[in-house]
Write a protein that binds this ligand. Structure first.
Ligand SMILES: [Zn+2]
Ligand SMILES: [Zn+2]
Length: 365
């Protein structure tokens, strides 16, 4: 379970960047391992949380996709959305170098920031990911369905095959980073100056740029157009579950890794059928006499109407089980059951005849 960075910093989801910075400073001061009552683990956690929330872009990604957005990157896929687990952020060498006179802090940060494990560039920026919501009907969720969605997304440029290079032309060294693929940025923090390695914005970490840019996409390697996606929704999906269409988002710039499409599935409630795990629950209302003597009732299930026997002597609230008429299990085989809850409705008004019969019954009991 990935911890919630908001919780770690003790701020609300709508806290301003300023509030976040203040909260971080206060807590970092409190838990600093060099201080009495300091806590190194807590301090690391704070720093990791601040790496996300202190950066408006990363914060937005976290808000949209949660920790999962930070944890699913392929190793070395690098850059952009969803490539670095936020817990791994420090270990990946987000920070490097230059501690000068910070004394003992070196040890802590050595561990924290992955000294010596400097990873160089060659990290391509990934394409953007999208989050969409798709609403389906109850039976569609039970039996599965297929939906077509349209997305205005970046495609790999057809002329240059996504490379950004004019066909037939080669590559040259990037002049911004001189081929290193990354540039260093110096940041001042309360603990001193840090040098941060950033993916070179010119070559996206490639170290090389097209000698001649593709004339269609101007070297971007991609073009925006409408994309049709066929979404297979598995039988048994529940309201609120998310499907991930890997690589169906924007093409990455210059042949980089494509983004994903996340589809949040909402299921329209059915007026009668209610879901409880893989079971479906409905109610049937019978009279006290029916409950006492037994009766056959028609029950609407996802497989159609089924005649169900309410046995003699059925108590109010009893659930009758129709095996295998529930929701197919998303994992593995089989289906849940359909449960019919028996509601016994006592008449509020009685005809004269009914009253007499109830009185006779009362005398019997
Ligand atoms: Zn092109
Ligand atoms: Zn460069």
């Amino acid at each position: 379970m990935t911890p919630d960075p908001y919780e770690i910093l003790g701020v609300s989801k709508d806290a301003s960047q300023d509030d976040i910075r203040k909260a971080y400073r206060k807590l970092a001061h409190q838990y600093h391992p060099d201080k009495q009552g300091g806590n190194e683990a807590k301090f690391k956690e704070l720093n990791a949380a601040y790496q996300i929330l202190g950066n408006p872009d990363k914060r937005q990604q976290y808000d949209r996709f949660g920790a999962a957005g930070f944890g699913q990157g392929a190793p070395g896929g690098g850059g952009g959305f969803g490539t670095v687990s936020w817990e791994d952020f420090f270990r990946q060498g987000g920070f490097q170098g230059g501690f000068g006179n910070v004394g003992d802090l070196g040890d802590i940060f050595g561990d924290l920031f992955g000294f010596g494990g400097s990873r160089h560039g060659r990290q391509q920026t990934a394409g953007n990911s999208y989050e969409l919501t798709l609403t389906i009907d109850f039976p569609e969720a039970v039996f599965g369905t297929s939906k077509t969605i349209e997305l205005d997304a970046q495609h790999a440029c057809a002329r240059c095959d996504g490379t950004g290079r004019e066909p037939g032309s080669g590559l040259k060294q990037c002049s911004t980073c001189r081929g290193a693929g990354q540039v260093m940025e110096t940041r001042a923090t309360l603990l001193g100056q840090f040098q941060t390695a950033l993916v070179c914005p010119t070559c996206q970490g490639e170290g090389e740029v097209p000698a001649k840019r593709c004339t269609t996409c101007k070297g971007q390697g991609r073009e925006r157009k409408l994309k049709r996606l066929e979404v297979a929704i598995p039988a048994g999906i529940a309201d609120g579950q998310t499907l991930r269409l890997q690589g169906q988002g924007d093409a990455g710039p210059r042949g980089g890794r494509p983004g994903d499409v996340h589809i949040l599935v909402r299921v329209r409630p059915d007026p009668e059928l209610r879901r409880d795990g893989d079971d479906i629950v409905t109610r049937t209302t019978v009279s006290p006499a029916d409950a006492a003597l037994g009766i056959k009732v028609d029950v609407r299930t996802v497989d159609g109407v089924v005649a169900v026997k309410v046995p003699a002597g059925t108590q109010p609230g009893r659930r009758l089980r129709l095996k295998g008429k529930g929701v197919p299990s998303l994992r593995g085989r089989g289906r849940g059951d359909h449960l019919v809850e028996v509601v016994v409705k006592v008449p509020e008004k009685l005809s004269r005849k009914q009253k007499k019969l109830y009185e006779d019954l009362q005398d019997e009991e």
